[in-house]
Design a protein around this ligand. Structure first.
Ligand code: HEC
Length: 140
């Protein structure tokens, strides 16, 4: 092999190593973002619950969250839902049950209630909105 050929090969290898290091960092950053999106912020979740988001009706319009809270509400009182959600459907974690309750409210209907929950949240809420709502519900 001639010297210039060796140089060319070494240069290409060096560039490949540098490129890989960059790619690693990019992949790590993207993974970090995916994790950030999945980790819910309960304070933001509570704000969405009380005021709605992006034109979607607030959950608080139909759900009370205080134990023994007085007044009529169309949906069940969600005080203590964190513990109940874990028991509702065999094989589902509390978070899975809550996500499905929000995005496909007809799938598991709470005994004594009708399927009258707003059914279109999937079209209004971002993944982050849903994660934040679940984080909030898990504090109840
Ligand atoms: C228009 C009224 C209405 C709105 C708005 C509404 N819900 Fe509901 N929700 C209901 C009703 C009625 C039920 C009971 C029937 C059923 O299970 O689908 C219910 C059930 C639930 C359950 C299951 C409770 C349990 O004990 O297992 C959860 C969790 C829930 N809603 C969360 C939410 C969240 C979070 C929002 C806002 C993003 C919301 N709901 C908005 C009416 C509503």
């Amino acid at each position: 092999m001639k010297t210039w050929q060796l140089c060319a090969v070494l240069t290409i290898m060096a560039l490949a190593v540098l490129g890989c290091a960059r790619l690693d960092r990019l992949v790590a950053r993207l993974a970090g973002q995916a994790e950030a999106a999945a980790a819910g912020d309960p304070a933001r979740g509570e704000a969405i619950f009380r005021r709605g988001v992006a034109g979607a009706p607030p959950c608080a319009g139909c759900h009370l969250v205080e134990q023994g809270g007085a007044g009529f509400s169309l949906g069940p009182n969600l005080a203590g839902i964190a513990a109940r959600a874990a028991e509702r459907v065999a094989g589902m974690t509390a978070a899975q049950y809550l996500e499905e309750s929000i995005l496909q409210p007809g799938n598991h209907v709470v005994a004594g209630y009708h399927v009258s929950m707003f059914a279109d949240y999937a079209a209004y809420l971002s993944r982050q909105d849903v994660a934040d709502l679940i984080a909030y519900l898990l504090t109840l």
